[in-house]
Design a protein around this ligand. Structure first.
Ligand SMILES: O=C(O)CCC(=O)C(=O)O
Length: 294
């Protein structure tokens, strides 16, 4: 009975002191864990030279979200952001929504209007203006950025260089095209196959199309061989099939005619479907694999 009482007192005292101690120990380990883990994550960031990202709600500018490095002589001290969508890998084709403003598009059309002439073709061996009549029925004019005193083409050309990462000096002058109802450009390659056109000093590597107007109906840029479709030899080069991109004012389309090894991508065949309703204006910039000085 006595022993029972002693045991009971011990148990009661133990409980009296053990509960707060357990509570304090828990708090201690919680705090140690919390501060320890945040210290560890900071030192890991420093180890890789990564600045901790600011919290999403606090970051309001691109600079706050990105860690800027000191730029080289020819680089920038700011981040460039040009949104794009990959439309296709075969051929490599990218879409740039809202690449130019409506005012910029209208200004380009205004200066191009005065110089429009029927579009021409680079002729292959055996081709003449007569036997190629009807392949390309648009009107067009070549304009360099320096021809545009408003500076719009200069701004667009700089932006194209940033989007493509190919220097401006590799670009030909802009070819501004107008397609009226029924006008079109049959499917063709922008690159010049030496077996058809003879030896080439430089090659068209990529094309950037800036749509200057919406088109009510028709006028899509088409890629009939996209992803290898229609390549069985039966395609007739006038048919509007495959991947079709509907012109929308201010949007840009970039596609590559050459693979990385410099050979021609057969899936880069493209053309303009006939305009059915409305009028299509587009500014094309062909970009070469060599610097252009003419
Ligand atoms: O007008 C288009 O959508 C295509 C133009 C084109 O194929 C070209 O200029 O090479």
């Amino acid at each position: 009975m006595k022993a029972k009482t002693v045991k009971g007192n011990w148990s009661w005292r133990t409980k009296k002191f053990a509960l707060p101690s357990v509570f304090l120990i828990c708090i201690f380990f919680f705090l140690a864990g919390f501060f320890g883990s945040s210290l560890f994550s900071h030192s890991k960031g420093d180890l890789y030279g990564v600045r901790p990202r600011p919290r999403l709600l606090e970051s309001t500018t691109a600079e706050a979200d990105n860690y800027l490095l000191p730029a080289g002589e020819t680089g920038d001290d700011s981040i460039t952001s040009i949104p794009f969508q990959v439309l296709s890998w075969k051929p490599r084709a990218l879409y740039f929504p809202k690449f130019a403003s409506a005012e910029q598009c209208e200004s380009i059309i205004d200066i191009a209007k005065a110089g429009l002439k029927p579009s021409t073709l680079a002729l292959r061996k055996g081709e003449t203006e007569v036997n190629t009549k009807g392949i390309r029925t648009s009107s067009g004019v070549f304009l360099s950025a320096s021809d545009d005193k408003s500076g719009t083409l200069d701004v667009i050309e700089e932006k194209i260089a940033r989007a493509t990462k190919i220097p401006r000096i590799n670009g030909e002058a802009f070819n501004i095209l107008r397609y009226e109802i029924g006008q079109k450009y049959n499917s063709h390659y922008d690159a010049f196959n030496p077996s058809e056109y003879g030896p080439q000093k430089s090659q068209r590597l990529a094309s950037f199309l800036l749509y200057l107007t919406d088109v009510e109906e028709g006028g899509e840029t088409m890629f009939p061989f996209e992803d290898g479709q229609n390549m069985d030899g039966s395609y007739n080069y006038e048919e509007c099939v495959g991947l079709r991109v509907r012109p929308r004012q201010g949007d840009g389309l970039l596609f590559y005619s050459l693979f990385h090894n410099g050979t021609i991508d057969p899936t880069s065949l493209h053309g303009s479907c006939p305009v059915i309703k409305g009028e299509k204006w587009v500014a094309t910039k062909w970009i070469r694999d060599q610097e252009q000085y003419d």
